[in-house]
Write a protein that binds this ligand. Structure first.
Ligand SMILES: [Zn+2]
Length: 198
């Protein structure tokens, strides 16, 4: 149902929920599912398959750990060998690139970790964390400072930070908080491929 129809047909309670959902910082407390002691049940688990990302394993593990330490509404776990995965990670000889999410359980996005960026001196862990940021729904924000993960290559080759800043964490939190409640359909996976050539 289009948003306009929602508002037109909605009760005041519906309007209140929509208004609250629009405030990213309200995400941890708005959905009842995540506000309860059994919050574990509301965490969205996404599986990643890095079986075709030879040479990037350590960078991927560090990038995954960074995201898992930064957000609570979504969790990245390694897929079982040969099993299904929402995030398929492959190593290439080109520029890093990724499908723009936020990817949903049961759907699939692709991350390409390109050695071209490594050859040019960019940090592998920052690359992996940045591309996973795309999987989680964050677009590029270039140019930007090193403290901003989605500023990507614009922060320069000396930047090794793989940690999302508060704004980036908040955005991902809100995407996956919405998934956990009745407003899931209001956040749609983008699906564009973003190429990270400087
Ligand atoms: Zn990017």
């Amino acid at each position: 149902m289009p948003l306009a129809t929602w508002i037109k047909a909605g009760t005041s309670a519906t309007a209140l929920v929509l208004a609250m959902a629009g405030t990213a910082s309200a995400a941890p407390t708005t959905p009842t599912a995540t506000a309860q002691p059994g919050a574990q049940a509301a965490v969205v688990t996404l599986r990643y398959d890095d079986s075709r990302a030879a040479g990037w394993e350590a960078a991927i593990a560090a990038g995954v750990a960074s995201w898992n330490a930064s957000v609570t509404n979504v969790r990245l776990v390694e897929a079982a060998p040969g099993g299904a995965a929402e995030i398929v990670i492959v190593a290439t000889s080109g520029w890093p690139q990724a499908t723009l999410g936020p990817v949903r359980p049961g759907r699939q996005v692709r991350v390409e970790l390109g050695s071209q960026a490594v050859n040019d001196g960019y940090n592998k862990t920052r690359i992996a964390a940045h591309e996973l940021g795309h999987s989680l729904g964050l677009p590029d924000t270039k140019p930007g400072p090193c403290s901003q993960l989605m500023s990507g290559s614009s922060a320069g080759t000396a930047c090794t930070s793989a940690v999302p800043n508060a704004t980036e964490r908040s955005r991902v939190q809100s995407y996956y908080a919405n998934y956990a409640n009745a407003l899931a359909a209001s956040v749609v996976t983008d699906g564009r491929t973003l190429v990270d050539a400087p």
